[in-house]
Each structure stands twice: as structure tokens, then as C-alpha cells.
Write a protein that binds this ligand. Structure first.
Ligand code: PMP
Length: 435
């Protein structure tokens, strides 16, 4: 009997016993291809020898020193590397222990920034419907997933939601991508004006929406328009790359594909690659300077922030991801996965859309391909696909509630960046069989 409160009280889970490369083996010796990297976490693969060596060396030297008393070479080196590789303008790093913490810290940085700047009334956060930004209360309030929010209401009152950029569902058939992007930007601007620009703190969005929509990237110049509106009204742009960042989309930072740099950026999952819990917030000089010159320190902190072992692991993970051959493989295998899924599934009456960037791909399932009507949620299609895929030795990341938090199913695929062509083909075969 398990004494752990698992996240879902349901079927007994297999025990993961060991993992190597793109495979996890359970205690019965069954091998699973890690087709979703867990939840887009496993970036450089399991048991990567270079990461393990870096971690062992760090373990032999220093495992913990509280950041109130010390900085460490490990944390400094990671921050240095991230700033070197990041788009220009993201010059400082705040290390945390995961994605929700990163988003929480980003929100509090933004709020304190405006307090320091003499605009304490700028508290309102605008995010997008159907988004997910984490499970702590602030991050949950920011997220726009009705189903996840419902049982924890009332959440932060100053959170508001506009439409996501979700072309498959919301771009009109006669509308160009540019016109659709312009319509969404107008909606954001109208929301800022309705709240009063002087009251709006930040707009928060994922460049490519992962968990809630299934690898939905923006179209047209959506993010450039968003950046422009944020600048016009003095609103901070916070991009959440917890899931889509760190090479997942084929670029180290997903926002570079949209041609924008945020004021604050959050990363996690692929940063630690599954080796250690870690996340980071990257911020611009403009924000850093406020704190450096301001009256107070950043009033935020966790016991384990900047953990040396996590930083050492992440530093090696990022070094490996940033190698040209790693990102080249993400792009080549991502293309192969997209083409393979299209060839295998596009004829299915139940597959509406296959999309994504790099090794971040989503399949949207529909009961009727022409009307795009979703399946009856009572059928819990996503949960059945997850089980069917696991039975066939494939870890995938299916999710329900794509449309309004209750209806709509998608499957997210996000394998480690070291995956080979043969393994991509096996993934396609197994997910097809599962669907
Ligand atoms: N933001 C995004 C975009 C995410 O996908 C997630 C996790 N799915 C989070 C934040 C929260 O990260 P964590 O689970 O590490 O707290």
C-alpha cells in the first residue's frame, strides 16, 4: 500500500525503477519511451553522463549554503551562462526551485517594481483564458483555466483574462493571420483601457501554450503587437517559458521565434532537465535598477533558492542544450514528428489539428472533424489515451478541457532532445495505436 497522497486518487501507478536516455523502466522490467519528457521536463535525456559528473563534483564540494549568507560558484556560473545565451535585455537572474515559484516571483517582482516606482496602484494582471502558469495561489489566479480555478475561488481579485491566440479554434475562416493577431491585440488594448492603463501591472503569456492547449504557437505578428501595446501603456510583459523554453521549440528561448523580448521571463522544467528542481526568473536592467536603487530588497525568498546542486546540474544541462547539434536535432526530429503524425493521423475522423514547434507537438482530438465539435467530456478521452499509450510503452501527456476548461482533448508530445529518427517513428506508431 502506498502512503503517498498522489495527485490523482485513481489506478495504482507503476513504480519507475530506472531511466536512461529516452527510456524509463518500471519495477516489472517494462520499458517506456518517454515521449513527453514527463511534462516537458526531460530535455537532455535521463542519466546523461556529463550532467551526472557535474552533479557528483558539486556534491563532493558543496550541497547547501543559505543565500542570505553566501553566493556560490555554481549559482553564479548558471546565471552567467543564462545571461550570455538569453536575448539581449535579459541581464539578471533570480533562481528558484520550479515553475510555479518562478511565476510567483515574477509577479511579485513586477508588483514591487511598481511600488518602488511610485505607482503602487498598478496591480492588475492580464493573462489569457485557458492558460496555465502554476499551482501556487498567485500563479493559479493568473492562469485562465476555469476548471482548475473553480475549486479555489476566490483567487486574487485583480486578475483578468483575454482570448488566447488559438488559430485552430478562434481564427475565422476568412480572416488572415495578421487580421486575427490584430483583433487579439485590440482586445488586449481594450482590456487595458477598461481597467485604466495606470492600474495595469503586467500581461502574462506563454509563447507556445503547453499544458492547457497542447503546443499552440501564436500566428502572424501577435507577440510583436502585444509588446507594442505593453510599451505604449507602461505595462510589463511577462513571458512564461517554464514549459516551452530551454530549447523545447528548437530555439533556446522560445520568444526569439516571435521576435520579442519580455521584461520578465520565467523558465523551469527543461532547465533542470529532471535532475534537480530548479526554475529561474530573468529580468531586464530596467527592473533590476529599481531594486538596486530602491529602498528595499526584493521581498521574496525561499530556503532552497539557488541550490548549488540544482545550479550545477542546470548549468551542465543548459551547456548541452545550447550546443548547435542539440538544437539541430530538436528541429530535425521535431519536423519528423510533425510529418509522421500528419501522415499517421490526419486521415482519422477524430484528429482535428496537429501543431507545434520543435519537439513540442500537440494533437487536438474532435468528435466531428468538420464542425470541430469536441468529445463528450464524460468519456474522459484524454485519460483513456494516456492509459492506452502507457500500455503500449509510451509516455504521452494528454489533457482535457482544451476549450473552456471542461470540453476538448489534446495530446502533448515533448520527448528528450536526444531522440533518434527510429524512436520518433516508434512514438508515432504507438500514439496512433493508442488513439
Ligand atoms: N508555467 C507553465 C507554462 C507550466 O507549464 C507550468 C507547469 N506545467 C508551470 C508554470 C508550473 O511549473 P511547476 O509545475 O514546476 O511549478
Amino acid at each position: 500500500m502506498s502512503r503517498i497522497l498522489h495527485r490523482s486518487i485513481g489506478p495504482v501507478l507503476p513504480h519507475a525503477a530506472s531511466a536512461q536516455g529516452v527510456y524509463i523502466t518500471d519495477s516489472n522490467g517494462k520499458r517506456y519511451l518517454d515521449g513527453s519528457g514527463g511534462a516537458a521536463v526531460t530535455s537532455v535525456g535521463h542519466g546523461h553522463p556529463e550532467v551526472l559528473t557535474a552533479m557528483r563534483e558539486q556534491m563532493d564540494t558543496l550541497c547547501y549554503a543559505h543565500t542570505a549568507f553566501f553566493t556560490t560558484d555554481a549559482a553564479e556560473a548558471l546565471a552567467e551562462r543564462l545571461v550570455d545565451l538569453a536575448p539581449e535585455g535579459l541581464d539578471y537572474v533570480y533562481l528558484v526551485s520550479g515553475g510555479s515559484e518562478a511565476v510567483e516571483a515574477a509577479l511579485k517582482l513586477a508588483r514591487q517594481y511598481f511600488c518602488e516606482a511610485g505607482e503602487p496602484q498598478r496591480r492588475h494582471i492580464i493573462a489569457r483564458r485557458q492558460s496555465y502558469h502554476g499551482n501556487t495561489l498567485g500563479a493559479l489566479a493568473t492562469g485562465g483555466n476555469a476548471m482548475r480555478r473553480a475549486q479555489f475561488q476566490p483567487l486574487l481579485p485583480e486578475t483578468h483574462h483575454v482570448s488566447p491566440c488559438y488559430a485552430y479554434r478562434e481564427q475565422a475562416p476568412t480572416e488572415t493571420s495578421e487580421a486575427y493577431a490584430a483583433r487579439l491585440a485590440d482586445e488586449l488594448e481594450a482590456k487595458i483601457l477598461a481597467l485604466g492603463p495606470e492600474n495595469v501591472m503586467a500581461f502574462v503569456a506563454e509563447p507556445v501554450v503547453g499544458a492547457t492547449l497542447g503546443a499552440v504557437a501564436s500566428v502572424g505578428d501577435y507577440f510583436k503587437r502585444v509588446r507594442h501595446i505593453c510599451d505604449r501603456y507602461g505595462v510589463l510583459l511577462i513571458l512564461d517559458e517554464v514549459m516551452c523554453g530551454m530549447g523545447r521549440t528548437g530555439s533556446l528561448f522560445a520568444c526569439t521565434q516571435d521576435g520579442v523580448t519580455p521584461d520578465i521571463l520565467t523558465i523551469a522544467k527543461g532547465l533542470g532537465g529532471g535532475y534537480q528542481p530548479i526554475g529561474a526568473v530573468m529580468l531586464s536592467e530596467k527592473i533590476y535598477t529599481r531594486f538596486a536603487e530602491g529602498s528595499k530588497l526584493f521581498q521574496h525568498g525561499h530556503t532552497y533558492l539557488g541550490h548549488p546542486l540544482a545550479a550545477a546540474a542546470a548549468n551542465k544541462v543548459v551547456e548541452i542544450i545550447a550546443r548547435p547539434e542539440t538544437l539541430a536535432n530538436v528541429n530535425a526530429m521535431g519536423e519528423r514528428l510533425q510529418r509522421g503524425l500528419e501522415a499517421a493521423l490526419m486521415d482519422s475522423p477524430y484528429v482535428g489539428d496537429i501543431r507545434g514547434r520543435g519537439l513540442f507537438r500537440g494533437i487536438e482530438l474532435v468528435a466531428d472533424k468538420h464542425t470541430r465539435e469536441p468529445f463528450d467530456p464524460a468519456r474522459k478521452l484524454y485519460a483513456r489515451i494516456k492509459r492506452q499509450a502507457m500500455a503500449r510503452g509510451l509516455i504521452s501527456y494528454p489533457m482535457g478541457g482544451t476549450l473552456d476548461g471542461t470540453r476538448g482533448d489534446h495530446v502533448l508530445l515533448a520527448p528528450p532532445y536526444i531522440i533518434t529518427a527510429d524512436e520518433i517513428d516508434v512514438m508515432v506508431e504507438r500514439i496512433k495505436a493508442a488513439i
